[in-house]
Write a protein that binds this ligand. Structure first.
Ligand code: AMP
Length: 582
């Protein structure tokens, strides 16, 4: 530290002569320079071009395998990705794209899609992922709100583009992610194929010459209430989120891994895997448009995938395929499951029938999205199997970089006792502080915490368990019933394909649960069967007052049960217990 100030400190007068070889230049106490001081380390900007450049320099020959939307499985490398992303940057710059411009994608997980990500972000423009599962009008609304100038999209989505093209005036360029041979039939004049778009473009381009707080990505929340809201990630937040995800107890992948992100890049950034896989140099396998059990199995087996991630519905399809064919998963090591609660039967099937470790993850778009992951700790692993399963079904612990607490309605922090449920609030460098264009105003409390809208409890080991969405909690007699718990047990019944619990008005209890069941094709079960099955698994006062069977439980655009639609369908439904109460 000495020598940092401009003036050299005066040598202190030594009381006794110093021993030979011992420095004597100690400043007198009154002359020591005091006050805040900056560290003297390099100013290495946290921008995502560093991620792909690292992969290019250190893992350039590592493979990327894509099931293309056109059909065949193709192979490329991080070298190719890096160079083609640079060509994409030059194509965008040739169109006049400037820093801060919004460039949209409507695309599956493919290498071309990742090229557009880095091609856009690394020149300081903002990559905006659109969710193709939304209705065309919603997609048009979101494009207009974001004021996108370009839309890159897969051939699968030509009908959506035709439906919205005249309703999105800011979009000047439509680029279909294919080659000339697969160009879709269209009368659109401002449409180009991606291969033609980047062909002949130079790989020479300046990346990353901007501040690390520059906006990098934009993703709109599912918007089950009100208009969708844009979460605007920065380069810094994306790089920090990548480091958070790379922790051993988080995504925890390495250069030896072959990683299959089934979770779409258009939903919560594929949980950051398009950044963390190149950052560690893992082989990347991209599933394109096919997520059925057989197609996913073909990639898992053929590419020797060691790590994969998706929402529970994808794994249900894979497990059904494995059961039907008797196939095994000898290489797959770890599967991260999140987006909605992991049903116990999926957890047990992976771990007990196929020897694959399940990590239950929780997060949200506003959190980039990783919030917690259920990796094990020594105190848990020293317990019996049934206790371990209980922990694995919780949503997990926060990695370093996410702060989490549970508060009551007055904002008071609740104890970490594994039972005091309240609002789950979070804080961290990769968590939104406001929405794009300030939609919804201030979203943080006085201490800078963001209310996730989830209801949860934390235990003394730091494991968090979601008991509900705040708006889905069933309020009965002043107490809360967890709709998620009822659903998780109900889907364990062998005849049940999917189940949802909603609260219906009740004159005595305020609300009581109705269980809505979709049976597996050809399976049968009665109300009594369902209630007998639940009996003893949940508290008596949580038992549904009635069971309704439907052909199809509606799912929203991100694959979660659409409770809004179910509430609308059952709004006039009268519970049989009402008469008894009156
Ligand atoms: P989204 O922003 O669309 O990813 O939705 C985030 C919401 O999904 C969270 O606030 C939770 O309500 C729900 N969610 C995500 N992961 C889980 C999980 N593992 N268990 C239960 N709910 C989850």
């Amino acid at each position: 530290m000495f020598g940092m100030g401009k003036k050299k400190p005066e040598p202190a007068k030594a009381a006794t002569p110093a021993a030979p070889g011992v420095a004597t230049a100690m400043p007198a106490a009154s002359t020591i320079k005091r006050g805040p001081m900056n560290g003297m380390m390099q100013d290495w900007k946290l921008t995502v071009d560093k991620v792909i450049e690292h992969a290019y320099l250190n893992h350039g020959h590592q493979e990327i395998v894509t099931r293309t939307v056109e059909g065949p499985i193709v192979r490329s490398t991080y070298n190719d990705l890096y160079n083609r992303a640079r060509q994409c940057s030059n194509a965008l710059l040739a169109d006049g794209v400037q820093k801060g411009d919004r460039i949209a994608t409507l695309a599956w997980n493919t290498t071309r899609h990742i090229e557009t990500w880095y091609g856009t972000m690394c020149i300081g423009a903002v990559l905006h992922t659109l969710n193709p599962r939304l209705f065309p009008e919603q997609i048009a609304w979101i494009i207009n709100h974001a004021e996108d100038t370009h839309v890159f999209y897969d051939i699968t989505f030509q009908p959506i583009i035709e439906a919205i093209k005249d309703k999105v005036p800011t979009v000047k360029h439509f680029i279909v992610l294919t080659d000339a041979a697969h160009r879709p039939q269209s009368a659109m004049t401002n449409l180009r194929t991606y291969e033609e778009y980047i062909a002949g473009k130079s790989t020479d381009v300046t990346w990353g010459d901007f501040d690390e707080n520059t906006a990098c990505g934009l993703c709109y929340t599912s918007g089950t209430t009100g208009d969708p809201k844009g979460v605007l990630y920065s380069h810094r937040s994306n790089v920090l989120h990548t480091l958070i995800g790379m922790q051993y107890d988080a995504i925890g992948i390495g250069a030896r891994d072959t990683v299959l992100p089934v979770v779409p890049m258009f939903h919560a950034n594929a949980w950051g895997i398009a950044f963390s896989a190149p950052a560690v140099g893992a082989k990347l396998v991209l599933p394109g448009a096919k997520m059925d059990g057989e197609s996913i199995y073909e990639l898992l087996d053929g590419e020797k995938v060691s790590f994969t991630a998706a929402v529970p519905t994808v794994w249900l399809m894979l497990l059904q395929y494995l059961e039907a064919t008797g196939k095994q998963l000898p290489i797959l090591n770890k599967v991260v499951i999140g987006g909605s609660a992991v049903p116990e039967r999926i957890l047990r099937a992976f771990e007990e029938n196929y020897g694959v470790e399940v990590i239950h993850a929780w997060g949200m778009t506003e959190m980039s999205p990783l919030g917690s992951l259920g990796s094990m700790t020594t105190p848990v692993l020293s317990q019996d199997r049934e206790t371990i399963v209980k922990y694995k079904l919780k949503q997990g612990r926060t990695p370093f970089g996410v702060e989490m607490k549970v508060v009551d309605d007055a904002g008071k922090t609740l104890p970490r006792d594994g039972k005091s449920a309240g609002r789950l609030v979070v804080r961290g460098p990769a968590i939104a502080k406001s929405y794009f264009k300030n939609a919804g105003g201030n979203i943080l409390d006085n201490d800078g915490f963001f209310d996730t809208g989830d209801v949860a409890h934390l235990d003394e080991l730091g494991y968090m368990q979601i008991t509900d969405r705040a708006k889905d909690v069933i309020k009965s007699g002043g107490e809360w019933i967890s709709s998620i718990d009822i659903e998780n047990f109900a889907v364990g019944h062998p005849a049940v394909a999917n189940a949802a619990a909603i609260g219906l008005p009740h004159p005595k209890w305020d609300e009581r649960p109705l269980l809505i069941v979709q049976l597996k094709p050809g399976a049968t079960a009665t109300k009594e069967d369902m209630l007998n099955y639940l009996n003893g698994k949940i508290a008596k006062w949580w038992m549904p007052d009635d069971v309704a069977f439907v052909d199809n439980i509606p799912l929203g655009a991100t694959g979660k049960i659409n409770k809004l639609a179910l509430r609308a369908t059952f709004k006039d439904y009268k519970l049989p217990t009402i008469q008894a109460a009156e």
